[in-house]
Design a binder for this molecule. Structure first.
Ligand code: ADP
Ligand code: MG
Length: 517
């Protein structure tokens, strides 16, 4: 089929192109994944990639091929852009601009824009439709042009949040046409105030360039509002690696590269995530990552003077305490949901108990009754730490406890995987206890195994899934540190209960990275 091109000026190539386009429209009426911009330039979505086939020759190439004319025409250059890396596509002044995140190394990306001239004969309606279709494919589960509140913690980690944001994150968010405003926190708990008074209609996401402390504060700020449940569902809270422990970033994106994590959030899937209420004294605090007492709490909170070490300060803290074999006596009452490691493994392999629909943020989760007048948080099913011990709970003395750690996420810092069986939305936490009398060599072996998550099967670790618990510490020895998401809790009894999918975050595919299976 040959189309007559009315335009007398049109070149043979554009006439060919028009014929191509017509043939395309005729034969593949429903498949417009290939776009011909000229006879030598086309773009096509194949599988998970956008392939640019560029047969245009530069003057230099043309000259060279003249010399070696016998070699025939050179093969067209192809460029493969993964749809995951594709940030934006648009038509501007007769050019198709494709912006994508290009790898500069294995652990970094930067935005690059390539412009392709659009021939006169290209049907503008077809072109517009193609661009829209490619954008939909590039953003499948994600919200394009996210509206982001960016919080920088100048005190996080080695204090590089601002630099990190400007050099590695901002260019990508800008290239993806996200809109954002940036605010640095000026004091401890500042992010609580910001989240409490945030105009939630204006934003999709709060991105914290910080350690785990700022996301913790943001969830708590949202939790203080009278519309807490709505705010916690509306606003996705995520962490860009600007701290010592970037556990949340590792768990959700599998990296602590600021640029790769930015890309992961630009393309992130809105994911409901469990939050746990911690009651202590008269307070109710939300925990997103973990609660710890013993070695880990002390290594986290008792090493602030070692901030210059970055993430290494945790390792140093843990090692020095393993060698001292310090015990942290306490009483513990657990509401156990899954007792046994084999059963936990089976449960994770099944994908938890709820199936994937529960992990889809587009389906609202309303397993929790709304609060009873005291703000917008769900009512506590088991009361507070000041109430009688709930019926059926039994306090068990742990006289030689070495470490207690309960967590909502897979990873704690750097690439230390502590809870390889954690799922984002399950209404329970993974809980580990280690006895202080564990032989030093075994404890060291355990630490090394944590790098790959293979410690799960070690006998020195007791591993359970619990939906609630109460811990009553007996001694302030070692400083009496209790850590909630890396923030200190006042020494004393505390009680914890999980809320299924109460918060929202962004993840790569609705799961954590670093899982068992
Ligand atoms: P890290 O991973 O190094 O612990 P975090 O982001 O977790 O970093 O933050 C640690 C603490 O810094 C949090 O308690 C937070 O409230 C506090 N903070 C935030 N902004 C400031 C500031 N401007 N000055 C001092 N502390 C701050
Ligand atoms: Mg912290």
């Amino acid at each position: 089929m040959v189309m007559v091109v009315e335009d007398g000026e049109s070149s043979p190539s554009s006439r060919l192109l028009a014929a191509d386009a017509a043939a395309e429209a005729h034969h593949h009426h429903h498949d417009s994944s290939k776009l011909n911009l000229s006879s030598t330039l086309s773009l096509e979505v194949i599988g998970a990639s956008l392939i640019v086939t560029d047969g245009r020759r530069s003057k230099k190439q043309a000259r060279e091929s003249c010399v070696s004319a016998l070699c025939g025409t050179s093969a067209p250059a192809t460029l493969e852009i993964r749809l995951y890396n594709l940030l934006f596509a648009e038509v501007l002044e007769g050019k198709l601009a494709i912006t994508y995140a290009e790898h500069t190394s294995k652990t970094a990306v930067r935005p690059v824009t390539r412009e392709y001239p659009v021939g006169e004969a290209v049907d503008r309606v077809v072109l517009k439709g193609w661009v829209e279709k490619v954008m939909v494919k590039a953003y499948s589960d994600a919200i394009p042009k996210q509206r982001i509140k960016v919080l920088l913690n100048p005190h996080g980690g080695r204090g590089t949040a601002n630099k990190l944001w400007q050099a590695e994150c901002e260019p990508l968010f800008r290239a993806a046409r996200c809109t954002f405003d940036v605010e640095s926190t000026t004091h401890h708990k500042h992010a609580i105030e910001i989240a409490e008074h945030l105009d939630i209609a204006k934003y999709d996401t709060v991105a914290c360039v910080s350690g785990d402390g700022l996301p913790h504060e943001v969830f708590n700020g949202l939790g203080r509002r009278s519309d807490a449940a709505t705010a916690l569902r509306k606003i996705a809270v995520c962490q860009l690696p600007g701290g010592s422990g970037n556990g949340m970033c590792w768990s959700l994106t599998g990296t602590d590269s600021a640029s790769l994590a930015s890309l992961a959030y630009i393309k992130g899937r809105r994911t409901p995530i469990d939050l746990a209420s911690v009651t202590s004294g008269e307070q109710r605090i939300l925990s997103v990552l973990s609660q710890s007492y013993g070695i880990i709490a002390e290594s986290d909170l008792g090493t602030d003077h070692l901030r210059w070490m970055g993430g290494q300060r945790f390792t140093w803290g843990i090692l020095s305490r393993i060698f001292s074999k310090t015990a942290y006596p306490c009483d513990l009452a657990l509401k156990v949901e899954i007792e046994d490691k084999a059963e936990i493994r089976e449960y994770v392999r099944r994908g938890g108990d709820g199936g994937d629909d529960l992990r889809d943020a587009s389906i609202s989760i309303s397993t929790e009754a709304p609060g009873d007048g005291g703000g917008g948080l769900p009512k506590l099913k088991h009361g507070t730490v000041n109430d009688e011990l709930p019926v059926g709970w039994e306090l068990i003395p742990y006289r030689t406890l070495g470490n207690f750690w309960a967590g909502n996420m897979t990873r704690m810092s750097a690439d230390a995987i502590f809870f390889p069986a954690a799922l984002p939305c399950e209404g329970q936490q993974d809980l580990v206890t280690v006895d202080a009398n564990t032989p030093r060599a075994t404890a060291l072996k355990m630490m090394i195994a944590c790098e790959t998550g293979s410690h799960f099967d070690l006998n020195c670790l007791t591993y359970r899934k619990v939906s609630a618990y109460r811990l009553i510490p007996h001694s302030r020895k070692g400083g009496g540190y209790i850590s909630i998401d890396g923030e200190p809790l006042e020494f004393g009894p505390f009680q914890v209960e999980s809320h299924r999918g109460l918060g929202t975050t962004l993840s790569k595919d609705g799961r954590f990275t670093g899982m068992l299976v």
